[in-house]
Design a binder for this molecule. Structure first.
Ligand SMILES: Cc1cc2nc3c(=O)[nH]c(=O)nc-3n(C[C@H](O)[C@H](O)[C@H](O)COP(=O)(O)O)c2cc1C
Length: 361
């Protein structure tokens, strides 16, 4: 693994290992994948502006987020079905995040039960959730997450329907035997079905749970059923950032779901600055999408994000070497960020302010 020097190297190595359909599922985006590519391209349009002759002999990357101390401002984004990449799936990812000292946001579509993932490592975790058509299912998941010690609820709001992912359609992608959304087993009795029918029944069930009629009322409802900090993931406009702040949520994630939902929306980093301007004083603003370098993290910080999340790279680390691979991916980002701060003339993430970045046209 030592020959893998950056996150792109991990992507290439993972692609050699993953079966084609799983690889496409992870790498792909919606429709023409314009937003998927934009998420990466947009970072190139922002340039860092270093200050010199500052004492940068001590760099402290730690941040405090909702009462937790993180070793650096990068969290593991919620991504579904880690067992597609490695048999230990989310258990391995959880151990890696804990070893590096950061928060894993566990997807509701995990391939282990949320309780098992919580028990795999003691570091703080957040639980990602969709608000389902069946509110009793949603509520039961929140209660289970609370009981298992999750520290925040991350409600993903950009999925009233699943985006059109043509790679998956072409591959007729479905979950391989042994991989399933384990959190939902309690709600569905599949006992008598054969294994492949079980997968199909599960997928149908999950598809039916997605609720296209959701409105901001769902945020109020979720507020009323949990005291955990509530973070809305998938905000892309000033107007929605304002509504989120008015709703009293603690945080938002500026995100286009890694380019997997509505295609041709801007890169998350393109709208980050204006969203921070709109709501940054009232809610904690996080972002994800296209983070592959320490310099990308620094740009997001400079534009006002408190921290960022990384999705696919963790998946790639998992495919390459299980928990060790995810740990290495996160460590690489961390050491790149540390060097970036030193070269920028900043001693900690708070010092990385707007004056350190400009957008080239
Ligand atoms: C394979 C895959 C599965 C995902 N599953 C979820 C999910 O279950 N819930 C969710 O809120 N976001 C999900 N996402 C979106 C990520 O949380 C995140 O927004 C995105 O991956 C960030 O972009 P990046 O991969 O470029 O870092 C998924 C993304 C990928 C690539």
């Amino acid at each position: 693994m030592d020959e893998l020097l950056n996150l792109d190297d991990f992507e290439a190595a993972a692609c050699e290992r993953l079966p084609a359909a799983a690889r496409d599922y992870v790498r792909g985006g919606a429709a023409d994948e314009i937003t998927l590519h934009e998420n990466r391209e947009a970072f190139r349009r922002f340039q860092l502006l270093p200050r010199v002759l500052r004492d940068v002999s001590n760099i402290d990357l730690t941040i405090d987020l909702f009462g937790e101390r993180l070793s650096f401002p990068v969290l593991v984004a919620p991504t579904a079905f880690h067992s597609l990449a490695h048999p230990e799936g989310e258990l391995a990812t959880a151990r890696a995040a804990a070893a590096v000292g950061t928060v894993m946001v566990v997807s509701t579509m995990s391939s282990y039960r949320l309780e098992e993932i919580a028990a795999a490592a003691s570091a703080p975790k957040w639980f990602q959730l969709y608000c389902y058509r069946d509110r009793s299912v949603t509520r039961a998941l929140v209660e289970r997450a609370e009981a298992a010690g999750y520290r925040a609820i991350c409600m993903t709001v950009d999925l009233p329907r699943v985006g059109r992912r043509e790679r998956d359609l072409r591959n007729r992608f479905s979950l391989p035997p042994g991989v399933s959304p384990k959190n939902f087993e309690d709600f569905l009795d599949l006992g008598r079905l054969a294994a492949d029918e079980r997968v199909r029944a599960f997928e149908r069930y999950i598809g039916e749970l997605v609720d296209p009629s959701l409105t901001w009322e769902a945020v109020d409802w979720l507020r009323s059923v949990t005291r955990l900090p509530l973070i809305l993931k998938g905000i892309m406009t000033r107007a929605d950032a304002r509504l989120a702040a008015e709703r009293g949520v603690q945080g938002i994630v500026v995100s286009n779901h890694g380019g997997r939902q509505l295609d041709t929306v801007p890169a998350a980093v393109e709208v980050l600055g204006e969203i921070v301007e709109e709501a940054g004083e009232r809610v904690v603003v996080l972002m994800d999408g296209g983070i592959r370098r320490g310099t990308d993290v620094a740009k997001a910080l400079a534009l006002g994000a408190r921290a960022v999340l990384v999705g696919r790279p963790c998946f790639y680390g998992l495919a390459v070497a299980g928990a060790e691979g995810v740990r290495r991916v996160l460590e690489l980002l961390k050491s790149e960020l540390e060097l970036t701060l030193a070269l920028l003339g900043c001693r900690n993430p708070r010092e990385v302010t707007r004056e350190y970045v400009r957008r080239s046209s």
